[in-house]
Design a protein around this ligand. Structure first.
Ligand code: SF4
Length: 204
């Protein structure tokens, strides 16, 4: 499978302290996408499930993990590997949130076998004109779908914290800014990075 990034604790893509996994590969090519560098799958991003487990297992063993968020890219772009990954993760946590550029109905028709592992899906392409900084959703056309109704309350409490929650991770090659960014945020981000002498900044 192709994994571009794994971060913990992510606090701005779902409730609690979450493991965030960015899967590369996406064919939707939404205008204004904040992660176009993840549209292509690169050889250096290729990882076996066994090796990924070596990164994820210690996090679960040493920290309190409230859930996992899978994003990208579009995780369903590599549906076969996603199924393996979900089967493994679902043993570790029941709160698995997955972002996809497909509509839920398309996922239901093509990948219904994967839905048993997922508690919440945020579906639909990103439409920049509909980005009003709403919590959890990149644009207002996207839907938050609860496949496990028991998580509705937990997510409602998270959503009440409001929009615009951004978290910056300092990485060896620069800063990764995670969360739902408003249009034009990248320009400001790059300016900030330049001021701090960091040339590389990425969104997540
Ligand atoms: S689905 Fe997500 S990653 Fe893919 S192009 Fe749209 S916004 Fe970007």
């Amino acid at each position: 499978m192709y994994i571009a990034r794994l971060l913990f604790p992510v606090k701005v893509l779902g409730p609690g302290n979450r493991i965030g996994i960015w899967m590369s590969g996406c064919g939707h090519k939404c205008a204004g996408c904040s992660n176009p560098e993840l549209w292509e799958q690169r050889e250096q991003q290729r990882v076996t499930l066994e090796n990924l487990k070596k990164m994820v297992d210690p996090i679960f063993e040493n920290y309190e993990v409230d859930g996992v968020t899978l994003t990208g890219g579009d995780p369903f772009f590599q549906a076969g590997d996603l199924e393996e990954l979900l089967a493994y993760l679902s043993v570790k946590t029941r709160d698995i949130l997955v972002y996809t550029g497909y509509e839920f109905e398309q996922i239901r028709q093509r990948h219904s076998n994967l839905l048993q592992y997922i508690s919440v899906i945020v579906d639909g392409k990103y439409i920049e004109e509909l980005n009003h900084g709403t919590a959890l959703r990149g644009s207002d056309n996207q839907k938050i779908i609860f496949l496990d109704e028991s998580y509705r309350e937990r997510y409602a409490a998270y959503l009440e914290q409001g929009p615009g929650r951004i978290q910056n991770f300092a990485m060896p090659d620069g800063i990764v800014s995670v969360g739902i960014h408003l249009p034009g945020y990248e320009k400001k981000l790059k300016q900030k990075a330049k001021e701090k002498g960091l040339e590389e900044m990425q969104n997540g």
